[in-house]
Write a protein that binds this ligand. Structure first.
Ligand code: BJW
Ligand code: ZN
Length: 243
């Protein structure tokens, strides 16, 4: 792989770790309506209901470990000279696998943000002792994630656009590519001449643009794909490899 490499991940990469995806047969939104839970309006209407959902998801994610697909991406970061990992996931499993630089487009479920003073902090307690949780200033805390209708964190989105626009390769792993603006990143990359590789168990709107389509579970497919490209594979971090 010569030139800059960008990877965009979605919920599918964490599916084999046991984190439920959003859409699809076992998706979270089969049982919950997103407009009732993942919007600022829902939170304003019923913060306790929204927090109960997030607290439940935090408990599920806390019991999950990164899988081989997360680990391959951490290894890619350590051996490729120009590598950017962009994720829509809020579960923190890329970092748990060893990825050091992760552009989190939709925030992180392990951070809370005060709706009054704006302070953010990490809070990994599961379950949370008090729902809905409150800040030291007395304000209501919310999960530091991006809900529908909210802007993505500007510096993160800018870095993601820039990386997408100049990459030579983009791997798109486990996303339905339905949610904007994340879904536009591979389109920008493709328009600028990058080769798209899609890893997914199903077709997505991006499939027709992909040069390579790897059909199957990411935790199986990605390690095989990476090993095939690196027959003399080194232990992660032991040597920088000619990309
Ligand atoms: C596997 C696998 C395995 C399974 N291996 N693969 C009309 C048109 C266009 C846009 C809009 C529109 N109306 C509204 C919008 C904008 C809206 C949007 O995109 N809506 C569309 C749904 C229509 N977007 C927004 O609102 C965004 N903000 C915005 O646009 O701001 C503008 C603005 C500017 C200035 C001021 C104000 C506003 C924000 C979007 C936020 C998304 N948030 C969520 C929740 C995060 C918090 C939380 O987790 O609770 O992010 S929604 C949810 O979807 C989550 C995900 O990150 C995101 C993407 O989902 P993902 O990752 O693709 O998961 P799935 O489940 O959809 O797909 C899983 C895939 O994996 C599938 O393809 C499977 O096949 C595959 N798979 N197992 C490999 N083992
Ligand atoms: Zn506060």
């Amino acid at each position: 792989m010569k030139g800059p490499v960008v990877v965009l991940t979605g919920a599918g990469i964490s599916a084999e770790s046991g984190v439920p995806t959003f859409r699809g047969p076992d998706g979270l939104w089969r049982s919950f309506r997103p407009e009732e839970l993942a919007t600022p309006e829902a939170f304003a209407r019923d913060p306790l209901l929204v927090w109960e959902w997030y607290d439940w998801r935090r408990q599920r994610i806390a019991a999950c470990q990164p899988n081989p697909a997360h680990r391959v991406l951490a290894e890619m970061e350590s051996v490729l000279p120009d590598f950017t990992l962009i994720t829509q996931n809020v579960d923190g499993l890329h970092q748990a696998a060893g990825s050091r630089r992760v552009l989190e487009l939709h925030g992180n479920i392990w951070r809370v943000r005060c709706t009054r003073c704006g302070q953010t902090r990490e809070d990994r307690r599961v379950p949370l002792p008090e729902l809905p949780p409150r800040c030291a200033c007395g304000g209501l805390l919310r999960p530091d994630v991006v809900w529908f209708g909210e802007p993505l964190p500007a510096p993160v989105l800018e870095a993601a656009w820039e990386a997408a626009a100049r990459c030579r390769w983009m791997l798109v792993i486990g996303t339905s590519a339905l949610v904007q603006p994340a879904a536009s990143l591979p389109i920008v990359a493709h328009r600028n001449g990058a080769r798209l590789v899609e890893v997914n168990i199903s077709d997505t709107p991006l499939t027709p643009l992909a040069e390579e389509v790897l059909r199957g579970p990411a935790a199986e497919i990605l390690p095989r794909w990476w090993a095939a490209r690196n027959p003399q594979k080194q232990v992660a971090g032991s040597r920088r490899q000619e990309a």
